[in-house]
Design a protein around this ligand. Sequence first.
Ligand code: SF4
Length: 232
Amino acid sequence: MQPMNAGMAPGGSREREWAAEIYRQLDAAYGMPDWRPYYAPVDELVLTILSQNTNDVNSLRAFEALKAHYPTWHAVLAAPVDELTYTIRIGGLGPQKAPRIQAALSRILEERGNFDLDFLAEWPVDQALDWLTGFNGIGPKTASIVLLFCFGKPAFPVDTHITRVTRRLGLAGTKDSPEKIQHIWEALVPGEWYYSLHLNFIRHGREVCRAPKPRCAACVLSTVCRYPDKTV
Ligand code: SF4
């Protein structure tokens, strides 16, 4: 079997049905999470920067340490960068993330006069993605998380789990980038599926289609998966 991008155009009816079956199987296995925003958009943005190259537990700890140490985003922005780096050290890569956070806050304040990002709700998704990815260190995944999780906008964030599972399923080539995989999914499924599909894919990648060795015998996607090295 060939991966989809080796011979099929994303968005064809056969591929859309294939993607829909994947969506249905994941929903049947894990349920359909209700969308609801957990954080204010600027909080989500900072949390997502903290989550880069670390796990959820440590990024959340770093975020909680930051919120406990600084009463406002103005205080985070005004903090000595070494102090902020130390405060968020549990999340790893503090020397990169602290200046990134301060640069993002600085630009938001300069352009908007405050830290309220609710204006993004009114913007078309492409315009909002362009604006967010214009920040140093904020890529399509981080920007899409903010738009999908805070505003329910149709942007599909692709992390390492979704990249791996999509490649194994055969919907993407083995070297396709997360950005290309985002475009593939956005061409195949409607925006109202993104939230559920994103969360269920991540769960599936963590619990079943694991990085070192997938548990194919326990996989609800085995009949629609084209991974040539399925385990038994
Ligand atoms: S069958 Fe195996 S490789 Fe395919 S999605 Fe399931 S766990 Fe991953």
